[in-house]
Ligand binder design. Structure first.
Ligand SMILES: [Zn+2]
Length: 322
């Protein structure tokens, strides 16, 4: 009797062990199971990977002039070039440079970054408490609430590199008006700009990201596409801009063009900043994107222009001194 029980006990332990080993193996092997489970927790999102642009495509059926690197299967999603992220091109936000921009802190002062304890956190990311703030800090550590959709989106009256009247033309009202002035100001200097991609809805970003995950697996998708809720384009305050010929739209070669130079020198006058500057990759988590403009309002834009700081640094500084 005793022996029998002993054997039975051993047998069940063996079975349990075998099952555990199998699970560990499988998880390791695919490298995905764990991630998948993580990634698709209730919240739907885990990490940053603000790969903003990644999503660009957002159901746009336009062929972008000069769109650089095509996606592996470009037929699926014609995206505005790099920004949309092939993983090869920098694309805003599409390419996480490092996973930690070292910025867990929530700026709490004056111009609110929108971040805040009140928003709670999800999988290690803070959920932005005031997503509607013009100064909202959206990045790999701070995500928009799942249900946030800007409610004052309009179509800015400016040139785009496509003609369809679709979501990605939209910006929030204040940013749209500022953009119109920016384009007009540029023209006075003989600089002719065109929008490439502005607003992208949360559901679009989510659908795109899920499609990428399906195609390439979570780990790879993460390298070029933004987690839903972490793309600045979801705020309606960001826009990718190119020259009116559409060449180098959201691609590295845009850097150094006269349009890029003009933007670097003048965008702040209209309340926009070059959100992912050169040399700040470790802080923003993104490679240099001379085409990605973010509206923050004239005051913050001016401070940032003068200090050379990023939005991240700006809020940290405010927090420290304020
Ligand atoms: Zn962008």
């Amino acid at each position: 009797m005793k022996r029998k029980r002993g054997r039975l006990g051993l047998a069940s332990i063996a079975v349990v062990l075998a099952a555990a080993l199998l699970l560990i193996f499988y998880t390791k092997d695919t490298g995905k199971l764990g991630d998948m489970i993580n990634g698709w927790l209730p919240s739907g999102q885990t990490e940053a990977g603000h790969a903003g642009e990644a999503g660009q495509g957002g159901g746009n059926s336009t062929v972008q002039p000069g769109a650089p690197s095509a996606q592996p299967d470009s037929s699926a999603i014609p995206e505005p070039a790099g920004d949309s992220g092939t993983g090869l091109s920098p694309s805003d936000g599409d390419q996480p440079v490092s996973s930690d921009s070292g910025q867990g802190a929530e700026p709490t002062s004056k111009p609110s970054s929108g971040a805040g304890q009140a928003g709670g956190s999800e999988n290690g990311m803070a959920v932005i408490a005031q997503p509607e703030s013009i100064a909202a800090l959206v990045n790999k550590q701070n995500k928009l609430p799942e249900d946030y959709n800007p409610n004052d989106l309009v179509y800015p009256d400016v040139r785009f590199i496509f003609t369809e009247k679709v979501d990605k033309r939209k910006l929030r009202k204040e940013a749209a008006e500022a953009l119109e002035q920016l384009f007009a100001g540029a023209e006075q200097d003989d600089i002719y700009l065109a929008g490439v991609s502005a607003y992208r809805s949360h559901s679009t970003q989510k659908a795109l990201f899920e499609r990428y995950v399906k195609r390439d697996g979570l780990e790879k998708a993460r390298t070029y596409s933004a987690y839903p809720g972490t793309s600045e384009h979801e705020t309606g305050l960001a826009i990718d801009v190119a020259g009116s010929d559409g060449k180098c739209a959201a691609a590295d070669c845009f850097g150094g063009t006269k349009e890029a130079k003009w933007l670097a020198g003048h965008a702040f006058e209209y309340g926009f900043i070059i959100r992912y500057p050169k040399g700040k990759e470790d802080i923003t988590g993104y490679q240099y994107e001379p085409w990605h403009l973010r509206y923050v309002g004239a005051d913050i834009a001016k401070d940032i222009q003068e200090s050379g700081d990023t939005l991240e640094e700006y809020f940290d500084a405010v927090q420290v001194t304020g």
